[in-house]
Design a protein around this ligand. Structure first.
Ligand SMILES: *[C@@H]1O[C@H](CO)[C@@H](O)[C@H](O)[C@H]1NC(C)=O
Ligand SMILES: *[C@@H]1O[C@H](CO)[C@@H](O)[C@H](O)[C@H]1NC(C)=O
Ligand SMILES: *[C@@H]1O[C@H](CO)[C@@H](O)[C@H](O)[C@H]1NC(C)=O
Ligand SMILES: *[C@@H]1O[C@H](CO)[C@@H](O)[C@H](O)[C@H]1NC(C)=O
Ligand SMILES: CC(=O)N[C@H]1CO[C@H](CO)[C@@H](O)[C@@H]1O
Ligand SMILES: [Ca+2]
Ligand SMILES: [Ca+2]
Length: 599
């Protein structure tokens, strides 16, 4: 459906290329009447602690490593960093399997190290956000051990079931056909308790039972505990899978239907996920966590504590996380459209437009947008979009309205590491086999951060790092890029600085569209202030365009503020809007001073 629509708009574009651009879209400012809160224009930065900086030479990143590099984040212009899980964990899913929600994983440091990290961040006026993993705990968590033993108060902490008896063979079977995210059944038999438990992820990640009020209360305790230690909020992991349907009146769970998407019967998407994802109860739980954040601020003062939600779900579901007319929800449900739509529709101006439409058209009034192009579950942005488009995409997320999110290394144009089967660590890959693991592995985007061109890219002094380095570290690293006159890093920093200084980018209206075949244009404008224009040629060859095809009210000339690496134009120079030549992959940020604008 979306595919057809996209092709249609391209066709329209070609026919009416010089007429009024009916494919251009205009949205009015999405701000409320009060002035903007810190998170609405924030530059969020995701740290993957295991791969950011190793302070003690064991080849694994840690908290003291992060603390030692907070100044780098400050220098980048980051507002808030969110850390992937740092809690005690057997590391089956690299911290997303938590055995103690109230303590730090020893190889990452101690609670005192964490306090020191927060203290240093406060000194630098940087906010720290933690990953909250509400759906499941490790099977080594005390709660699970107690639940296995049916200890009082813990009997129903997890989703337990007797299973079914096969009518023909008489053998015991899992309660339903549900599949886990990392291949295979979502049910695991427990010999001690003599029941199955549910795990939407790995066997060692047992799903907590959110239909049990004791669990709901316990997880709110987790939130308050870390708020007490000074965190600025949470990014909540894998939220759509929080609730599953309840058993029927006979105590049985219904089966999911076959999706038709794949013939691989072990793969999660072999079945639909209607019964185990995107339930309405889950939305309400996010609203309850928002109350925890707001209450905390009311009682203890300070800045807004934020709730960011990870959802890969259709917009009709995702948008509900923002809250409804009577109840406040998450501050920002993460917007992965620039990842998902570009993966399904291909990399082009028209799929970018589909991705942007899909968010802004569905965004409830008064809510703040946000843009994400990568995380530790995806291949690296520069590898997915092509290194030539790395700057164009970094620019896009910072020029579009709302908050922007950077995954560590995107500012450098870091690319995927090449990880052999022998070096593979990710359970999503290890649960498959040597022939197909590359389809599932998330290791390539988790390789050590590239600080220098020296040993281990300056990440660690160990003989061997937990994952090997990406091959390009000698040229793609902080040291080299900071010393170069122009680099992905210097472009990124110029963008952040512009976002901070430009009221238009913080609070202006947005118009965007396609010109020529593959040129994406965004205009941000605010009465009384400069307009900012983004233009990116995503084609593999050069093109000359007239920006008047996009917006007839533009002045005759624009000033170049920031350009992608492949651009040979001069910053500060004026360019004629009616005949702008763009090289392949060239992306520009221009400005029209309010006085010279004809509108
Ligand atoms: C943003 O715009 C709104 C109304 O248009 C205004 O009330 C608010 O003060 C502006 N905020 C900033 C930071 O300029
Ligand atoms: C599944 O297998 C059938 C029969 O071999 C084939 O026709 C179909 O295209 C396959 N479906 C997918 C999604 O691969
Ligand atoms: C808003 O959400 C709350 C909590 O889930 C629900 O009780 C209420 O009916 C919703 N209101 C509207 C207008 O949808
Ligand atoms: C925009 O351009 C004008 C000159 O046309 C300049 O004075 C102004 O400082 C520029 N704005 C920004 C944000 O650079
Ligand atoms: C982006 C992200 O955080 N993904 C995580 C979602 O949750 C599963 C299970 O906790 C993790 O494996 C992913 O890394
Ligand atoms: Ca270490
Ligand atoms: Ca669940």
């Amino acid at each position: 459906m979306q595919q057809i629509f996209t092709k249609l708009s391209v066709a329209l574009c070609c026919v009416v290329v010089l007429a009024q651009p009916i494919w251009a879209c205009d949205t009015t400012s999405s701000t409320t009447t009060t002035s903007m809160d810190w998170w609405q224009t924030a530059q969020f930065y995701q740290i993957y602690p295991r791969s950011f900086m190793d302070s003690d030479g064991d080849g694994i990143g840690d908290l003291n490593g992060i603390t030692s590099k907070l100044e780098y984040l400050k220098d980048l212009g980051v507002t808030a960093a969110w850390l992937s899980p740092i809690f005690t964990s057997p590391m089956v899913d690299f911290g997303y399997d938590i055995s103690d929600f109230f303590d730090i994983q020893p190889e990452y440091g101690t609670l005192d190290d964490f306090k020191a990290l927060i203290k240093r961040a406060n000194e630098l006026d940087l906010k720290i956000i933690l990953d909250f993993v509400p759906n499941h705990s490790s099977d080594e968590n005390d709660w699970f051990v107690k639940s296995v033993n049916r200890e009082k108060g813990y009997e129903d902490y997890y989703v337990w079931h007797d299973g079914k008896t096969n009518a023909e063979t008489g053998e015991r079977e899992p309660p339903s056909n549900w599949l886990q995210a990392f291949r295979g059944s979502a049910w695991e038999w427990n010999d001690v308790r003599q029941q199955y438990y549910l795990h939407q992820f790995a066997v060692q990640q047992a799903d907590l039972n959110y239909r049990n009020p004791l669990v709901v209360e316990q997880m709110k305790r987790v939130l308050r505990y870390w708020l007490d230690l000074g965190v600025a909020g949470f990014r909540c992991d894998a939220v759509p899978v929080l609730f599953e349907i309840e058993p029927d009146e006979n105590g049985q769970y219904a089966d999911e239907e076959v999706s038709g998407l794949t013939n691989d019967t072990e793969a999660r998407n072999y079945l639909k996920s209607d019964l185990i994802e995107n339930l309405p109860e889950t939305i309400d739980m996010a609203y309850q966590w928002r109350v925890v954040m707001d209450d905390y601020q009311r009682i203890h003062g300070g800045d807004t504590r934020v709730l960011l939600i990870e959802t890969y779900a259709p917009p009709a579901y995702t948008m509900q996380f923002y809250g409804n007319r009577s109840v406040a929800g998450a501050h920002l449900p993460f917007n992965f459209n620039l990842i998902t739509v570009l993966a399904s529709d291909g990399f082009s101006a028209s799929s970018i437009k589909t991705a942007v439409d899909n968010w802004l058209d569905n965004l409830p009034a008064g809510r703040t947008a946000n843009w994400v192009i990568g995380n530790h579950d995806q291949r690296r942005a520069a590898s997915r979009y092509g290194t030539a488009n790395a700057d164009a995409m970094n620019m896009l997320v910072m020029i579009l309205p709302g908050a922007s999110v950077t995954y560590q290394g995107e500012e450098l144009g870091m690319t995927d590491g090449d990880i052999s089967w022998e070096d593979t660590q990710d359970p999503a890959a290890c649960n498959s086999n040597q022939d197909i693991y590359e389809q599932f592995t998330r290791d390539p985007s988790r390789t050590p951060f590239q600080w220098t061109s020296g040993t281990n890219a300056g990440f660690s002094t160990a003989a061997k790092t937990w994952l090997p380095l990406a091959a390009d570290y000698e040229t793609v690293n902080v040291e080299t890029e900071a010393a170069a006159q122009r680099s992905h890093l210097s472009i990124y920093k110029a963008l952040v600085a512009l976002r901070k200084s430009s009221v238009t980018l913080q609070n202006g209206s947005t118009k965007y569209g396609i010109i020529s075949d593959n040129v994406f244009v965004v205009k941000r404008y605010l009465s009384g202030s400069d307009s900012i224009i983004y233009v990116a040629n995503l084609a593999s060859k050069g093109v000359t365009v007239s920006l008047l095809d996009f917006d007839t009210t533009l002045p005759t000339h624009l000033t170049l503020l920031i350009r992608s690496l492949q651009s040979a134009k001069a910053e500060g120079s004026l360019f004629e809007v009616s005949g702008l030549s763009l090289a392949a992959g060239e992306a520009l940020v221009l400005n029209s001073s309010s006085s010279s604008s004809s509108s």
